[in-house]
Ligand binder design. Structure first.
Ligand code: PHE
Ligand code: ZN
Length: 880
């Protein structure tokens, strides 16, 4: 039975489980049409619970048999509905034997046990295990798992599960078996199995304590030429966690398996990580520099979960950021350390800031805003968000900023000493950090409990006589759903002061010298900081390294920004100054487009970009960042009323002007940043390619026969995918004559590489010339498959979320398309549908003529008869 208003679950209603599970033995008879799952659970009453009933979750299961302590339970001895199985009055100790049936081939949700390209996979986080068997499917129930897999040997030669392989053999009837045992207790969401025809790259790897571990990367036939980088990243991750945190791999065997149908990026199942192919498969022919970086980050992320997530897990799903925020922080640090240079670190920090602004700030300002540790949800799958992940990582980073790197390590050590093997709360992490460092982090808790992006306003004054410089910081935080007013946050606020010569001035506050950089702690709504012995009126460099996820308001003059853009010793703020210069102009241009006024770009700005572009003392990767403009959606976020077409035209005008005015310099940098020799994904080479291809993109924004010829030449001769897609993108954006030929050739060359076909779709979906009709046409292409999330993301998401000027077409056709696709996807895969649903979150900010059709589309989806809770929650919140 389905009701119209799905139940909201509240954090404060947490109750401990009534029964604990010591051991789980699972037996699978794998068959795509009809898989039998036999489970034996040894359970005992939880002394911390008053509840006397055994409560098991189970959905879409057919119960075949149920025995307790050897006796079949009669119909009156248990109660069952579409979500729960309850055994009232259960004894102190109970051994349950449960047999259920599922239909994996029918499972299009990719949650639970499902089939992808004929192979079996599972996905259990957050609540997928209940689609496999009846179980107390909650992360605070941790048990030891033994798993017996049985399947046809020809069709499924590889049988994998968590932990160690302890037995395997033939069953005589064409079938075979494998028995796996996980030595660590774990929550059910970390269970996984794979039964498939796969091949693997493997090697043994020496761990710090001298043990050897077997590392494997499993892929479908034909993909063994694309596993090297994932393997290398895995080894780097293992080393890094040993060195930076003293954390070792605790298993003899660690496996990564790639699957083409996957809802998310990857999953940290104990010893058996399952990955979206996008984050495993790479070689220079098919993968871009961005793909390589993604693989390194995600392989690291999942590996680091082994400690931050698996050894110490979450008490309940409201604590999701306990593992996700911390693990994102760890993978960010890993990626930055892999680059190894200060400038490389800064570039990765800039990319993190861009992600936050691009995705998290809007979430914090919209109808789905929630704290890093949410207080309620309808569907937990809707809370795997940029707030929980990326803002959660920022919160962890702020703790490190406050206690220092060494203090942070002490906190981590204490966290594991206290909580290894436990399911805990975000508060436990914060407490370990506070206790290990003798710091009060009580007020800091508000970062976990209050939603919304704080705004910090800075005001300054210089007293030439007294040689003092006063910085006044005021903070506020806008209301978010369910939270009308907010208390002041504990904000680490890093600052420096630049002299007229561009150098950092020495900082003295309250008689204490701080070198040339200080981390101020803003605790009150308004606080004054007085710097003494300031010899000249400085230019303030505020919120250095983006020391807190806040919006900084300061009335910088153009002259100050140009000064920072040329000289700030903090590269993040140097970049930031350029973004502010660009944003101010983009906003003016947007207004001018809307007013039909003449569009102009000042010489000063162009010259600042010219200088930056050609400054050979700076890494190419940094220069690329400094020359990238804020995205259309970031511009939209600055506006009261959003007019997507005006924003697009304004930004295009700026790009074209850059392409025209800097033409010679762009050509020069194009030549200067070639990367001859064999392809390597290292940060230095990737940075040079990035700058070279940005130069190409700017030239394409100002099309001319020579510019287009350059793009064509690069497309025709590219020796790697990075250069190939960059050239194709340039041709498409320049609407060059050659573009359609190039697209056709690209498809022909790569039609058997699914991840490249995804690129082919997404480049077209996001192209300025692609309207709804063109997207519908692309959906008819034989390679489009609505059941494959990567493909849907590459076409439908890339259009709805990545092509704002076309999606928001005045006739509302984009919205009608959106509604249709959300509905179609929801019937197959609610998790994917609900993500797409979120592209209309901020409908209230659009020009009135767009709001009405947006609202209509939302209402149309909301009235869908068989709507999932996932989509219902998202559109419901958008409409309230
Ligand atoms: N826990 C996974 C990660 O962060 C994400 C995930 C969630 C994957 C839910 C699948 C399903 O790495
Ligand atoms: Zn994660």
């Amino acid at each position: 039975m389905r009701t119209d208003t799905p139940a909201t679950i509240y954090r404060q209603d947490y109750l401990p489980p009534s029964y604990l599970v010591d051991t789980v033995e699972l037996g699978f008879d794998l068959d795509p049409a009809r898989t039998i799952v036999a489970s034996r659970l040894t359970m005992r009453r939880n002394p911390d619970s008053a509840e006397r009933a055994i409560v098991l979750c189970g959905e879409n299961l057919e119960l075949v048999a149920l025995r307790m302590n050897g006796k079949t339970l009669g119909k009156r001895e248990y109660a069952i509905d579409d979500k729960t199985l309850r055994i009232p009055n259960a004894p102190e100790r109970a051994t349950l034997e449960i047999e259920t049936l599922t239909a994996p081939r029918q499972n299009t949700t990719l949650n639970g046990l499902y089939v992808s390209n004929g192979n079996f996979f599972t996905q259990c986080e957050a609540e997928g295990f209940r689609h496999i068997t009846y179980f107390p499917d909650r992360p605070d129930v941790m048990a030891k798992f033994t798993v017996m897999l049985r399947a046809d040997k020809q069709r499924y030669p590889v049988l994998l599960s968590n932990g160690n392989l302890i037995e395997e053999g033939d069953l005589g009837d064409g079938r075979h078996f494998a028995k796996w045992e996980d030595p660590f207790k774990k929550p059910s969401y970390l269970f996984a199995l794979v039964a498939a025809r796969l091949e693997c790259q493997e090697e043994t790897f020496a761990l710090a304590d001298g043990r050897e571990a077997l590392l494997q990367v499993w892929v479908e036939e034909g993909n063994l030429d694309k596993t090297n980088y994932a393997m290398q990243s895995l080894k780097n991750s293992i080393r890094w966690d040993e060195q930076r945190y003293g954390l070792e791999l605790d298993l003899d065997r660690f496996m990564i398996v790639a699957v083409g149908d996957f809802n998310m990026g990857a999953m940290e199942n104990k010893g058996l990580n399952i990955f979206n192919t996008k984050y495993v498969l790479a070689n220079p022919r098919v993968a871009t520099d961005t793909d390589y970086a993604g693989i390194e980050a995600v392989v690291g992320h999942e590996y680091f979960h082994n400690w931050t997530g698996n050894r110490v897990t979450c008490r309940d799903w409201f604590q999701l950021s306990l593992k996700e925020g911390l693990t994102v922080f760890r993978d960010q640090e890993f990626s930055a350390d892999m680059i190894g240079t200060d400038s490389g670190r800064a570039v990765s920090r800039i990319e993190q800031v861009r992600t936050l602004r691009q995705a998290q700030f809007p979430e914090d300002a919209g109808p789905m805003a929630h704290p890093v540790r949410p207080d309620s949800f309808v569907e937990i799958n809707n809370f795997y968000t940029v707030t929980v992940y990326e803002k959660g990582a920022e919160v962890v980073r702020m703790i490190q900023t406050l206690v220092g790197r060494e203090g942070f390590r002490k906190g981590m050590d204490l966290y594991f000493a206290r909580h290894d093997g436990q399911a805990v709360e975000c508060d436990d992490f914060r407490r370990a950090m506070a206790d290990a460092n003798g710091r009060d982090l009580a007020q800091f808790e508000l970062w976990y409990s209050q939603a919304g992006t704080p705004v910090v306003r800075a005001d300054t004054s210089y007293d030439a006589e007294a040689k003092t410089y006063t910085l006044t910081l005021s903070q506020s935080c806008p209301p978010t759903p369910g939270q009308q007013s907010k208390a002041p946050f504990h904000i680490p606020f890093a600052v420096g002061l630049l002299g007229a010569n561009g150098r950092d001035l020495p900082l003295t506050i309250d008689g204490v010298a701080h070198g040339t950089g200080a981390v101020l702690e803003l605790l009150e709504a308004r606080q004054r900081f007085v710097f003494t012995d300031v010899a000249e009126a400085p230019t303030p460099s505020l919120l250095r390294d983006f020391s807190a996820p806040v919006i900084l308001e300061y009335d910088y003059s153009d002259a100050e920004l140009l000064h920072l853009f040329s000289h700030d010793s903090d590269p993040v703020n140097r970049w930031e100054a350029g973004q502010r210069l660009a944003m101010a102009r983009l906003l003016k241009l947007t207004a001018a487009v809307a007013a039909g006024a003449k569009l102009e770009l000042d010489e000063t700005f162009i010259n600042a970009l010219r200088k930056m572009l050609s400054d050979a003392s700076l890494d190419a990767a940094f220069r690329e960042q400094a020359l990238l403009l804020p995205s259309e959606s970031m511009i939209a976020d600055q506006l009261e009323t959003v007019n997507p077409q005006a924003i697009h035209l304004a930004r295009q005008f700026m790009r074209r002007t850059i392409g025209t005015e800097l033409r010679a310099d762009l050509f020069a940098q194009y030549d200067a940043n070639q990367t001859p020799g064999p392809y390597s994904p290292d940060a230095g080479s990737a940075g040079r390619r990035g700058l070279k291809n940005l130069a190409l993109a700017y030239l394409a924004a100002a099309p001319s026969p020579a510019n287009n010829a350059l793009a064509k030449m690069q497309f025709d001769t590219a020796g790697n995918m990075t250069d190939r897609v960059a050239a194709l993108g340039a041709l498409i954006h320049a609407e060059a004559e050659y573009a359609s030929d190039a697209l056709a050739r690209f498809y022909d060359d790569f039609e058997h590489e699914a991840l490249v076909v995804d690129k082919w779709f997404s480049m077209q979906a996001a192209a300025p010339g692609t309207d709804v009709a063109a997207v519908r046409e692309l959906m008819l292409h034989p390679a489009f498959n609505i059941k494959n999330p990567n493909r849907v993301r590459s076409l439908v998401f890339a259009f709805c979320a990545g092509n704002p000027a076309q999606f928001h077409a005045a006739d509302g056709s984009g919205y009608a398309f959106w509604a249709e696709q959300v509905g179609a996807l929801d019937a197959l895969n609610p998790q994917v549908a609900s993500r797409l649903a979120r592209s209309m979150d901020r409908w209230r900010r659009y020009a009135p003529a767009l709001q009405l059709p947006m609202k209509k589309a939302l209402q149309q989806v909301a009235k869908g008869k068989k709507l999932s809770n996932d989509v219902r929650e998202v559109v419901g919140k958008a409409l309230t």
